[in-house]
Design a protein around this ligand. Structure first.
Ligand code: C2E
Ligand code: MG
Ligand code: MG
Ligand code: MG
Length: 288
């Protein structure tokens, strides 16, 4: 009897597992089609200089407008793309779209693009980036590539080699989600990153947990010593802005500055001319 119910439980889990596998397979099939059918879109989130609130760049964040499921966030489909050989096509598309959009802005603001570890390990990446810069006419100094420290894990030498070749193009390299991995410090020691982005899991606890506050302060000190500008991610409150500005954080990113938005919604920031007339010079701008 126990054996029988055991089998029942097994059958139940087996069915659930099959459903999950089928679901992933369907999503991969839809994604392949979706990339071809132009269902991907890029939203842009502003980054502001902490000292005066001036918007100095944007991060490109991909979204998928699925025909029946609606808008799907990247954390739900980037892993699917990585597991099904679709991340190169997806990453190539996002890079091209973001560089083309940024090249059309009147102000020469920076554009940050996220790279998957798989892209970083492809020896063809620097050539691809070079080609995209030439095709879109974007100045290399305006492009910033964001990588997480886990991206360096697999084949350290090859990844570092690619990063060096990218830097030689004049592109900037940012370390994303700093502090959430296992080897943040040794990664910083091995490679001259142009920027450190403190993960929002620390920023959201400023003044809420003494430890988080101390860690943010320490990362800002580390950035100062290494002469690497530090960006705070996930800034949501006035209180966090005041603290970060007081601690000499270089740039702020988060809902308190602006939410990710379609490219058409950025003109108040990207249009040249009298800044006072186009966008109020407030220190904490909120996007629509
Ligand atoms: P990330 O690079 O750390 O991007 C920041 C994420 O935090 C974004 O989520 C953004 O919408 C969210 N965020 C920004 N400000 C705030 C805030 O004040 N509060 C809160 N709670 N969240 C905030 P999103 O767009 O869902 O992206 C999630 C992750 O997906 C990104 O994390 C990045 O790792 C990945 N991703 C996004 N686009 C791409 C892409 O084109 N290629 C690759 N490989 N990965 C991407
Ligand atoms: Mg990022
Ligand atoms: Mg980040
Ligand atoms: Mg993050």
């Amino acid at each position: 009897r126990a054996k029988e119910s055991g089998r029942g439980v097994y059958r139940f889990f087996k069915r659930e597992m099959d459903d999950t596998i089928r679901e992933r397979r369907n999503l991969a099939r839809d994604l392949r089609q979706g990339i071809a059918d132009n269902e991907l879109i890029v939203h842009y989130q502003p980054l502001a200089r902490a000292a005066d609130g001036e918007v100095c760049g944007f991060e490109a964040l991909v979204r998928w407008k699925h025909p029946t499921r609606g808008m799907i966030p990247p954390l739900d489909f980037i892993p699917v793309a990585e597991e099904n050989g679709l991340i190169e096509a997806l990453g190539d598309w996002v890079l091209r779209r973001a560089c083309a959009d940024a090249a059309a802005w009147e102000k020469p603001l920076r554009i940050a693009v996220n790279l998957s570890p798989i892209q970083l390990h492809n020896p063809a990446l620097p050539t691809l980036v070079h080609e995209v810069l030439i095709t879109t006419g974007l100045s290399p100094s305006r492009l910033e590539l964001e990588i997480t420290e886990s991206a360096l894990f697999k084949d350290y030498q090859r990844a570092l080699d690619n990063l060096r070749r990218l830097k030689a193009l004049g592109v900037r390299i940012a370390m994303d989600d700093f502090g959430t991995g296992f080897s943040s410090l040794s990664t910083l020691q091995s490679f001259p990153f142009d920027k450190i982005k403190i993960d929002k899991s620390f920023v959201e606890n400023i003044h809420r947990h003494d430890r988080a506050t101390a860690i943010v302060r320490a990362v800002l000190g580390l950035g100062r010593s290494l002469e690497i500008p530090v960006v705070a991610e996930g800034v949501e409150t006035e209180e966090q802005i005041l603290f970060l500005r007081g601690e000499d954080c270089a740039e702020l990113q988060g809902y308190a500055i602006g939410r990710p938005a379609p490219v058409d919604a950025l003109t108040m920031w990207t249009t040249a001319g009298d800044p006072g007339a186009i966008a109020p010079k407030s220190k904490t701008r909120r996007s629509a």
